[in-house]
Design a protein around this ligand. Structure first.
Ligand code: GLU
Length: 257
């Protein structure tokens, strides 16, 4: 059974107001449900808790201070899981929530507990949905962004593929919002300093990560032999093409041993 880790960012799941993007989340759940029906194992790493909490609490914008961010995440995570649970159950799929910090995977006993739980959930045909445990995630023990979390999870669980759904169609030769000559880079076999230079500065106004954190995530997966794809989150149907091996977004080829 192909095992696919899918990471979706706040910029895809929420409007800039922090309120949920119903069209995007409904499409995503529909496609993931269908891929599960077709026999794929899906692990979803979902951001969006702070964004949605910001909306629910009526805060003027994404909070800058840690306690308010953590409070917003605690509120938003409920809304996020409520919506996932509701939408996936419409397609008869059961979801589970797992909240992690980086040190959970560094500590051997906790990592083992995590693996045992995740593998058992997959055997039970459950779709695990992961996010950083933002309440506990102080700087020293945090992944800090869900791109890193998704890469660690994909490696730990021996995924065949990591797909990062985001607000651009992939990695470009220049910033596509300002440069009409910017071209999509379809395939990357090695992450060079030049690529890091391209990625610098691109970031999201609503989420935590940007292209830089995605490159780091792709690099970690490549070292574990896992292919990684960055593509547009507003069209989750791209996942069908990806699984059929069609070119899509930017593909980073994992090292084959
Ligand atoms: N854990 C954060 C949230 O759910 C997201 C971190 C990120 O955007 O990478 O809002």
């Amino acid at each position: 059974m192909p095992r696919i880790t899918v990471k979706v960012g706040t910029s895809t799941l929420a409007h800039p107001t922090g309120r949920i993007n119903i069209r995007h989340i409904e499409n995503l759940v529909k496609v993931l449900s269908d891929l599960k029906n077709a026999g794929n194992q899906i692990i979803l790493v979902s951001s969006g808790a702070i964004g949605m909490g910001t909306g629910s609490l009526g805060l003027p914008g994404r909070p800058a201070d840690m306690p308010t961010k953590q409070a917003a995440a605690a509120v938003g995570q409920c809304e996020l899981m409520y919506i996932y649970d509701k939408l996936f159950s419409e397609y008869s799929h059961t979801v589970a929530q797992i909240l992690l910090t980086a040190d959970d995977l560094e500590h051997p006993d906790r990592r083992k507990n995590f693996e045992n739980t995740l593998f058992r959930l997959l055997e039970l045909n459950v779709l695990p949905i992961l996010n950083e445990n933002d309440t506990m995630a102080t700087a020293e023990i945090a992944f800090g962004d869900n791109d890193s979390l998704a890469a660690s999870v994909a490696c730990c669980l021996h995924s065949d593929l990591l797909v990062m759904l985001t607000d651009t169609e992939g990695l470009y030769t220049d910033d596509p919002s300002v440069s009409p000559d910017a071209e999509l880079i379809p395939c990357v076999t090695e992450i060079t300093d030049d690529l890091y230079r391209l990625a610098k500065g691109s970031g999201s106004t609503v989420g935590t990560g940007g292209m830089l954190t995605k490159l780091n995530a792709a690099k970690a997966c490549m070292a574990c032999g896992i292919d990684t794809i960055i593509c547009g989150g507003s069209r989750p149907e791209l996942l069908y093409d990806i699984i059929e091996g069609k070119a899509c977004g930017t593909k980073f080829i994992g090292k084959k041993v």
